[in-house]
Design a protein around this ligand. Sequence first.
Ligand SMILES: Nc1ncnc2c1ncn2[C@@H]1O[C@H](COP(=O)(O)OP(=O)(O)O)[C@@H](O)[C@H]1O
Ligand SMILES: [Mg+2]
Length: 645
Amino acid sequence: MPNIIEVHNINKIYGQGENSIRVLKDVSLKIKRGDFVAITGQSGSGKSTLMNILGCLDKPSSGYYAIDGHDTKNLSPNALAKLRGEKIGFIFQRYNLMNALSALDNVCLPAIYAGISPFQRKHRAQEILETLGLKGKIKNKPTELSGGQQQRVSIARALMNGGEAILADEPTGALDSKSGVNVMQILLDLHAKGHTIIVVTHDPHVASYAKRVIEIKDGQILSDTRNGEFKTIEAEILKKNKRTPFLYQRDQLIESLKMSVQAIYAHKLRSILTMLGIIIGIASVISVVALGNGSQAQILENITAMGTSTIDIRPGKGFGDRTARTIKTLVVDDANALASQSYIESVSPISSSSGNVIYKNLSSKALLLGTGEHYFDVRGLTMAVGRLYTKEEVLNGDPLIVIDKPMYDEFFPNGENPIGELILFNRQPLTIIGIAAKSARDNSDTLRIYAPYTVVMNRITGSRNITSITVKITDDIPPAMAEKNLTSLITSRHGTKDFYTLNFDSIRQNVKAASATMTLLISGIAFISLVVGGIGVMNIMLVSVTERTKEIGIRMAIGARPYNILQQFLIEAILICIIGGVIGVGLAYGIGLIMEKFAPDVAMLFSMNSVILAMTCSTVVGVLFGFMPARNAALLNPIDALSRE
Ligand SMILES: Nc1ncnc2c1ncn2[C@@H]1O[C@H](COP(=O)(O)OP(=O)(O)O)[C@@H](O)[C@H]1O
Ligand SMILES: [Mg+2]
């Protein structure tokens, strides 16, 4: 029968250089399977240090250490954790239970890391807790249990994976004498069942339970006495159903996820504050992109409504030219000259005037738009009711008008038939012959009246010049070429270029280009805000690792491998980001709904792409910024983590 624990010439040195202290000095020790050993000595003699090395929580500075015949020197931290989890159960003076978990969940924890199925571990944990007299307490949190009960929970936890060797560091140190006796009795029972028990204590009474007492002083073995014999019995080892690597990984992932949710839930406020950066980042990106897309679509729709293959000719140097009013060179003959060009499909001179409309007892301001008979065609407008004026009526200057839908709604609120009705525009009587169908530009507040341009020029403005010319070009010529040709034609007619052209196709393109630039800009801002959010997450995760060092230590002591810890913290970071992302998306849609209700003119166009992109981004942020803190946690030395308060 091999020794369950064997150390040879181990030394432990704390600190470096002058300040270093040698706490263990060439300690050699063999512990047989099934023995009950007490390690005693005064406080500060090195008992705990030795115990931690025996339990693989700490590494000796030098010397040989084997557990169950395996040399631990060349084992990776992951392999060491596995060995620790399977062979050794710890009992600590201060119990080291997780306060957020119930007694049952605390006991189940080692089995999770050992990869035992949920059903089996629950069943077993319940059984052990019941044998230790904790029936009815299994749902209690540690804070709802007495010290003695907590210590029994921690014994149950030590037994969970089999606990061939149970290492107890001052197990009765924090208990009243009655509970202390109870705990020692349990250890004695376990010894009788074949478990190897190693108890560290400064109390001679506790040591008297043991079959072998090793006294150490100043890091050296002072005496080694056998007080009683024992029989080596095969301890009842947990026969676990082998899980396939896939099932094992899946279990670990589910458990990590559960623990992350618990951790996030346990620190609600902090979690939400952490998410805030991500929430704001994602919500603003999605809603700003939606706003951009919405207004772009609206603008493009309006431009399309004006006709894509049309070119406007207006006096002046460009938009907003104040001298344009004084330029009176644009005349109907210019329009006629253009009409004879092969690349021009139709032309409409425009002469507009704003003024006052009166019908019966109603009156309102309106824009009177004098046009040719092709205007509706050029602008893509259609009639809802009645007809448009004809070429002859335009030439004759017949006082006929077509009103737009908003005007009809205002002046004929009861749906009366307007055809044939007379209205007064600046005191001139005009006869309604039709209503234009609703178009995109009806969003504007001004009421519109369409009339032959001759009517506007002769009866209203009385001037010879016109406001603009709208041209529809044929499909077989590029708009830019047509624009160039008609520019040179009008320039030669006027002798100078005292007008400008508006090509709606190029405006359309400019709008698209401008919004592409905007999208790029917004994406940049979004990127920055996500990075800032990510740094927030990293910051909190780093704090969280520091704050939960003790928890990490406990997990490692009961068999969590570094990669389990890495996984847990990484998943927590990712989860925070994903939840933040989901809330952000929800917030953006909420803003969209509110806007729709209270500001229906503001168009927001949500795209699935931006949602997918935002979610991907927040996940990536979680991985990137969660990795460092998670790795810090995984790299902690178990005993350093455990001794942190
Ligand atoms: N992490 C550490 N760094 C430096 N010194 C330590 C550390 N841990 C323990 N020591 C020192 O090692 C000695 C033995 O400590 P310990 O093993 O805890 O004693 P015991 O458990 O017998 O009371 C003490 O002098 C203690 O101050
Ligand atoms: Mg100690």
